[in-house]
Design a protein around this ligand. Structure first.
Ligand SMILES: *[C@@H]1O[C@H](CO)[C@@H](O)[C@H](O)[C@H]1NC(C)=O
Ligand SMILES: *[C@@H]1O[C@H](CO)[C@@H](O)[C@H](O)[C@H]1NC(C)=O
Ligand SMILES: *[C@@H]1O[C@H](CO)[C@@H](O)[C@H](O)[C@H]1NC(C)=O
Ligand SMILES: *[C@@H]1O[C@H](CO)[C@@H](O)[C@H](O)[C@H]1NC(C)=O
Length: 465
């Protein structure tokens, strides 16, 4: 400290003797104050430098600014949204506790991205919402657009015509990227994630916040409706969480907090918005799906088992998750456990996502069979061009031109993660048998649903093409 003080005095230019005689006490105070300011600056600079080196990728100023903004944002979130679990202060605590792990991530230099990641993290950890979410009923649709659209305050608004609702790691990305090759399918943002969670974040609950994701697509539809009198263009939402991620169900209008399981799920939300929606579900062996997801999410989950993936680490995660879900299943119904957000946050594996039959029953409750298409991943990768053509026909689009099919035949699959699989290897046999046992009742139920003709099947459509 004494050394710092000397440095501070040395920085301030010393005055001549005659000057100092003339110095009034005001001036002396002023000089002392200058010393204090300089001293403070020096001390803070040293502290900031230490902070800077210890955090690597942000400057200390940026960090403080971020911290300040997050605290402020957290406070306003807390006031505006009450948590479903009615825990005042939960959001603020969540932001502050999440901050260090995001600070350490090298890819997050931009504040908006960081905020988005925080909000994602928070929506996973805390359920916060305004209970009175508008019912999202859309107006009557226009008759000169194939896509569901309407006019509002002088501008065109549209909602997706089709929905690829799930499941992740079942080739939904590849399917979407192929569907948009059709001349009538307009490509754009693939995963808006509004239905599953963005509508519970900040001020994004309005239908316009959803349609805003499709601005470019809507522009194209508006243009051809205007210039040609009719627009054939359609677009879709391919968020693979829509099928099952109704974890904020206590926030849905109509669901009571006292319920053990939801009365309304994402299926009802989509049906309310677009009763004619065409629903595409891609499924895969739930065990392969789980492992694929584990291997490809290693950079996104801050957990050692993900960052250094191995069959043994995967086994441990599975044992833990299966035990927790089995315990829940002893006390409650499968549906109750599948939609239990608390349970979901206790396991770091999306085990329940593979309970397909539980979630799909909610979709067939609100949509007729002709509007739900089931595509098997295993079948899709074998008969890709045929399956994509079948989906176009399910979407009631005209057959694609031969040159589109040709391009499709030559195209490499999107989002192929074989290289990770090759280095880590297959899961342990005991993991597979543990998971087989867990998924057995749900797989049997699904098979029954398929056998009794609950869904439109892609493979049946191929036969009739
Ligand atoms: C389409 O809608 C417009 C106005 O909404 C109406 O005047 C017209 O008759 C409709 N056309 C058909 C073919 O239904
Ligand atoms: C249209 O105007 C009404 C009334 O001002 C408003 O409530 C609504 O949000 C507006 N819609 C859009 C899409 O801006
Ligand atoms: C959501 O929509 C409302 C109403 O149009 C708007 O005021 C608000 O800014 C939008 N939110 C975001 C995050 O864009
Ligand atoms: C949800 O899971 C939690 C934690 O496992 C459990 O305490 C709770 O009873 C479950 N709720 C329901 C409705 O099953």
């Amino acid at each position: 400290m004494a050394a710092l003080l000397r440095v501070a005095y040395a920085i301030v230019p010393s005055q001549t003797h005659s000057d100092s005689i003339m110095m009034s006490s005001v001036q002396r105070n002023c000089r002392q104050r200058t010393m204090v300011v300089i001293l403070t600056i020096v001390v803070l600079s040293v502290l900031f430098t230490i902070l800077y080196w210890s955090t690597g990728d942000f400057s200390a100023g940026q960090l403080l600014e971020k911290h300040f903004k997050f605290s402020k944002a957290a406070q306003s979130l807390d006031t505006e949204y009450h948590t479903c679990a009615a825990q005042p202060g939960a959001i603020k605590r969540g932001v502050l506790s999440a901050l260090p792990s995001y600070r350490a991530r090298p890819a997050t230099n931009d504040l908006d991205l960081m905020k988005k990641m925080l909000i994602n993290r928070l929506t996973d950890d805390y359920c916060y919402c305004k209970r009175m979410i508008p019912s999202h009923t859309s107006p009557a649709f226009l008759n000169n657009t194939r896509n569901p659209c309407w006019w509002e305050n002088g501008s065109m608004q549209c909602l997706p015509y089709f929905y690829i609702i799930g499941f992740s790691k079942c080739a939904t990305t590849d399917m979407y990227s192929n569907l948009v090759w059709h001349p009538s399918v307009i490509s754009g943002q693939k995963e808006p994630h509004w239905i599953d969670y963005l509508r519970f974040v900040e001020n994004r609950m309005y239908l316009q916040n959803y349609t805003a994701h499709f601005k470019d697509m809507i522009g194209k539809i508006e243009m051809s409706a205007f210039s040609k009198g009719y627009s054939h263009g359609v677009f879709g939402d391919a968020t693979p969480c829509t099928a099952w991620y109704s974890l904020y169900w206590p926030c849905f209008q109509g669901n009571q907090l006292s319920l053990q399981e939801p009365e309304y799920t994402n299926a009802d939300v989509v049906h309310r918005m677009v009763p004619t929606a065409k629903i595409i579900v891609m499924i895969r062996d739930p065990i392969d799906r789980l492992y694929s997801r584990y291997l490809t999410w290693r950079m996104k989950v801050p957990h050692a088992a993900y960052q250094r993936p191995s069959p043994e680490a995967f086994h441990k995660l599975c044992v833990h998750a299966v035990a927790l879900y089995q315990q829940c299943l002893k006390q409650g119904s499968p549906r109750q456990c599948a939609y239990n957000g608390t349970l979901y946050t206790q396991v770091i594996l999306r085990l329940q996502e593979g309970m397909y039959s539980v979630f799909l029953k909610d979709w067939i409750r609100v949509f007729p069979k002709r509007q739900i298409l089931l595509v098997s991943f295993e079948h899709y990768i074998k008969y890709k061009v045929e399956t994509v053509s079948a989906v176009w026909s399910f979407l009631e689009l005209e057959p694609a031109p031969e040159k589109t099919l040709d391009k499709l035949r030559k195209k490499a699959p999107v989002n192929n993660q074989n290289n990770v699989y090759e280095t880590v290897g297959d899961m342990l046999p005991e993991t597979r048998s543990l998971l087989e046992q867990f998924y057995k009742p749900f797989q049997e139920e699904l098979l029954d649903m398929i056998k009794t003709g609950t869904f439109t099947l892609a493979r049946d459509l191929i036969k009739s093409l």
